[in-house]
Design a protein around this ligand. Structure first.
Ligand code: 1AE
Length: 427
């Protein structure tokens, strides 16, 4: 029996026969043409033929008519890697009119090529020894053109603020002033010094950059120098580059996926790839332990429903969210779909961009404990300095967990008070 990976597309058209369109995709992206084939050839090609799983048409007054078309693609047509899958299901099709890839499910045999995140959310918490609250991350800012001493100083101040993670800015590339192995050495030295004051552990995600052919070597150089996490601009390199790193046994630290370039792919309603596929399922499948994405609250805004869909894709343990279960219950042959939980570890969600302490109640309302609160400008821009910026966030997180209004908690905490005066509160 064939295994299939399944793609769902949202297709906008005022008049199209969506059933016919779905059939055209199923045939066109697999065997090319079907009706013209002689019977003998049909028998041979049957196992390569795509199948329409479902077609749902939505039309109502005042909204554009669209259809959700779900097509199953036989695994036998493509190798077990994300580039081959994406080119099969959305290669040429991505350029063929108003059509957006909104979901993907995989056969259990395809999934076996993807061990997923090495650490996942639980592993990251274990490394830090923090299990009872959301984590806090700070982003290095304005570090281009600076030397190691300046970097060290900025790192120390961020760490003093009580953050759990510090990440490089994604635009800090390999450079002669602060090469990755030197950065790691000085920053982790500063982390140890700050830890004597805060008593906290800290992960530093150094930005892994350079030509694709040298990424693994760079990662190992950074890890050799003591790196305990890596940042990676996944979409600029491709998911397969992440998959290679995540499955390399010597890349023994969590990998944080940055969403750079995602804005070119997910925001249009009728083109591109849905946010939950782009920044959810495929990131987790390729092995990202931590995934950043724009939040609904800050400066680079993503709709809340997209955020919630990404969160679901990163955290769900329900096999049927990822595994295609077959065409009808009686045909269901995919054993992984019937096991009690998904084998992929979950990836830590990080809604980001323009986050300030006054947004913490909203972030925790939507994401609960299982989130990393992440800020750059909202920490460095604090009127009392960078360390106070981190402290204000920790105070906002503690207050929210205790069910206190930030305005009340701020009476006991000048750092939070100043942050609220500058950026306000949204509850
Ligand atoms: C969506 C990515 C956010 C990010 O990488 C970044 O640098 C945010 O900075 P701030 O918090 O907006 O200053």
């Amino acid at each position: 029996m064939n295994n299939y990976c399944v793609a769902t597309y949202r297709c906008y058209d005022p008049k199209a026969d969506f059933a016919k369109k779905a059939e055209g995709i199923a045939v066109g992206l697999t065997v090319g043409s079907w009706t013209d084939l002689p019977q003998a050839r049909k028998a041979e090609m049957e196992k390569h033929l795509g199948k329409v799983v479902s077609v749902e048409v939505y039309e109502s007054e005042g909204t554009e008519r669209y259809g959700d078309l779900t097509i199953a693609y036989p695994d036998v047509n493509f190798s077990r890697d994300i580039p081959a899958l994406l080119v099969t299901v959305f290669g040429k099709l991505s350029m063929d009119g108003k059509i957006k890839l909104i979901d993907l499910k995989f056969s259990s045999s395809f999934l076996t090529a993807f061990p997923g995140p090495k650490f996942g959310m639980q592993g990251v918490r274990d490394l830090l020894g923090v299990h009872d609250r959301p984590l806090l991350m700070s982003i290095f800012k304005s570090v281009i053109g600076h030397d190691l001493n300046t970097l060290r100083e900025q790192f120390y101040l961020q760490a003093l603020g009580g953050v759990d993670l510090i990440k490089d800015d994604e635009i800090l590339f390999e450079n002669p002033l602060t090469p990755i192995e030197k950065r790691v050495e000085v920053c982790l030295e500063a982390a140890r010094e700050a830890s004597e004051v805060t008593g906290q552990k800290l992960l530093y995600a150094a930005n892994l950059t350079g030509p694709t052919s040298r990424l693994a070597q760079q990662a190992k150089k950074a890890i050799g120098a003591g790196a305990n996490a890596l940042l990676f601009n996944v979409l600029a390199y491709g998911y397969d580059a992440l998959h290679e790193l995540a499955t390399d046994p010597e890349v023994s630290v969590p990998i944080m996926a940055h969403p750079s370039m995602a804005g070119a792919m997910y925001p249009a309603p009728d083109y591109g790839i849905g946010a939950s596929v782009l920044l959810g399922k495929l990131m987790r499948l390729a092995g990202a332990d931590i995934v950043l994405f724009p939040s609904p609250y800050g400066s680079v805004v993503m709709p809340r429903e997209d955020n919630m869909a990404i969160q679901h894709a990163l955290l769900t343990n329900t096999p049927s969210d990822y595994v295609f279960e077959g065409f009808t219950p009686s045909q269901s042959h995919d054993s992984a779909a019937q096991t009690s939980s998904l084998v992929l570890a979950s990836s830590f969600p990080v809604p980001s961009a323009g986050i300030s302490p006054g947004l913490v109640p909203l972030i925790l309302r939507d994401f609960g404990h299982d989130v990393i609160v992440n800020a750059g400008g909202g920490i460095h821009g604090h009127p009392m300095g960078t360390a106070a910026g981190g402290q204000a966030f920790r105070q906002a997180i503690d207050a929210t967990l205790q069910g206190r209004l930030l305005q009340d908690a701020a009476k006991d905490h000048p750092e939070l008070q100043k942050a609220i005066e500058l950026w306000g509160v949204r509850e």
